[in-house]
Design a protein around this ligand. Structure first.
Ligand code: NDP
Length: 459
């Protein structure tokens, strides 16, 4: 079906090309521009589709589109987005809509929405999950923008998004940077899930000496139970590859910054997200490759797990860590929602992530069905999450103590257990911290027998 609507795309790298093809499949006409023209021409030639028009510059792209224009930016986050916006500004009319679908910082999206709003141009910060395959077949879309921009773009986004049993994987999370904030936390949870899976792989591979076939079968088995998810399936897939063995790959992980941004937001809002923090740090430690290689010459261990945990215990440890990451991430979204007065509905998040998304998996079905009609303060109060944490607690400890003994590092699982033990502990040793602060800095403290009065003591 050919639709009348015409959409602009700026940026034809991996994501831009795939989203462009997705829009063409939906029947839209697309005018596209890329900074490096040859790349755009090669792309157009490979498609031979008369609904796709490649423009020589931004000026042509803007003139080509009917007003009010809808232009999707898929350029590198940061300065390139500001550069493109600056070039567009003088050419856009009141009511035109710029949709930044890159991985921009939510604070930048808040600023851009404000600045463009003053000029009558609508700005949408659109979080996109699902990688290149998602962009091509239907991604998960996290919208942040005004109600009028939502009304004007909803149909296009619904057609472009992945579809699940709950409808299109798209939700309006509120104005300004709300969509990019939810995407940033999504990435933080993604870091955590990936780190937990890497820890399980390390335990099975280096600690337990399981063959590659045994590891594949373990992850395939995990994918049939409560851990069923894209990332577990992907783990089995990369282990199965005949092209590349994992031990051929340099074990130094890259990161583009969204994990670090999530930690900064946690610090700003005073919300602890230690499973996510440990996972961001784990990548940073892995990147200290020279130092690791040097120190491993000075001290060496065989890292055998003599007392190997069962596969059921490893599965439960993974469930435990994964739930901790989800609870922490969603606590942070709750806090940001309040701080920024975003209208976002937490119940929309699992529906948005259910398909097309890197975090898709059955855990989201439990989240959706259990919070229907309720308003829990935290995911930890949702029965499924709480009961799974309690059920998997012992296994997580068994796995961790076996790994500790064998010196297999488990940063994300360790952080998860310490966090759980702390938040379920009525008493913590921070009474000592308070005494120390008062003793060296006269910061004052509260006594249990008069908990509302700040007092200073002599030490
Ligand atoms: P990149 O993040 O690698 O960005 C490359 C694109 O940005 C190219 O089209 C490039 O043009 C353009 N660009 C860079 N500087 C400028 C500039 N000053 N003016 C105009 N255009 C510029 O590409 P991806 O396709 O991977 O990602 C696009 C966005 O989507 C990014 O924000 C990314 O973080 C986000 N994203 C990516 C995902 C993925 O799986 N790859 C998943 C979800 C989001 P040129 O070709 O001329 O260099």
């Amino acid at each position: 079906m050919k639709l009348d609507s015409h959409i602009g795309i700026v940026g034809l790298a991996t994501m831009g090309q795939n989203l462009c093809l997705n829009l063409l499949d939906q029947g839209y006409r697309v005018a596209a521009w890329n900074l490096e023209t040859q790349e755009a021409i090669r792309f157009a030639e490979s498609q031979d589709n008369d609904s796709l028009h490649i423009c020589e510059d931004l000026d042509e792209l803007i003139q080509h589109l009917p007003v009010p224009r809808k232009i999707i930016l898929l350029v590198r986050a940061g300065e390139p987005v500001d550069e493109v916006i600056a070039q567009c500004l003088g050419l856009l009319y009141q009511g035109d809509i710029l949709i930044d679908a890159g991985n921009s910082h939510y604070g930048d999206s808040e600023r851009r929405a404000r600045e463009l709003g003053e000029k009558g141009v609508e700005f949408v910060g659109l979080g996109v999950s699902g990688g290149s395959e998602g962009a091509r077949r239907g991604p998960s879309l996290m919208f942040g923008g005004s109600d009028s921009a939502w009304q004007a773009t909803k149909e296009i986004l619904e057609r472009t998004a992945a579809q699940s049993d709950y409808g299109p994987c798209l939700a309006n999370f509120g104005k300004g940077g709300a969509g990019h904030f939810v995407k940033m936390i999504h990435n933080g949870i993604e870091y955590a899930e990936m780190q937990l899976l890497a820890e399980a792989y390390d335990l099975m591979n280096r600690g337990m000496g399981m063959s590659s076939a045994e590891q594949i079968s373990a992850f395939e088995r995990f994918n049939e139970g409560p851990l069923n998810s894209f990332l577990v399936e992907l783990t089995a897939r990369v282990l199965r590859s005949r092209q590349t063995r994992l031990d051929e790959i340099v074990d130094s992980a890259g990161q583009k910054g969204t994990g670090r941004w999530a930690l900064e937001a946690g610090l700003d809002l005073g919300v602890p997200i230690p499973t996510i923090a440990a996972s961001v740090d784990a990548r940073a430690v892995s990147a200290l490759l020279d130092r690791r290689l040097r120190l491993s010459q000075r001290i060496s261990f065989d890292r055998d797990v003599s007392n190997a945990p069962s596969l059921e215990d490893i599965e439960r440890a993974l469930i435990f860590g994964k739930i901790c990451a989800f609870v922490q991430g969603v606590d942070l979204i709750e806090s940001a929602k309040e701080a920024h007065q975003w209208s976002l509905n937490i119940a929309d998040i699992p529906k948005t992530w259910r398909e097309g998304c890197i975090l898709r998996g059955v855990l989201l079905d439990h989240w959706i069905s259990e919070i229907e009609g309720t308003e829990p303060k935290s995911l930890i109060d949702v029965s499924y999450f709480w009961e799974e944490l309690v059920r998997c607690d012992e296994a997580a400890r068994i796995v961790l103590s076996d790994c500790m003994e064998a010196r297999i590092p488990m940063p994300a699982l360790t952080a998860s257990l310490s966090w759980f033990d702390s938040i379920t502990s009525g008493r913590l040793p921070q009474n000592l911290t308070q005494a120390q602060r008062d003793a060296f800095g006269a910061h004052g403290l509260y006594l249990w027998n008069d908990p509302d009065r700040l007092v200073h003591k002599e030490w």
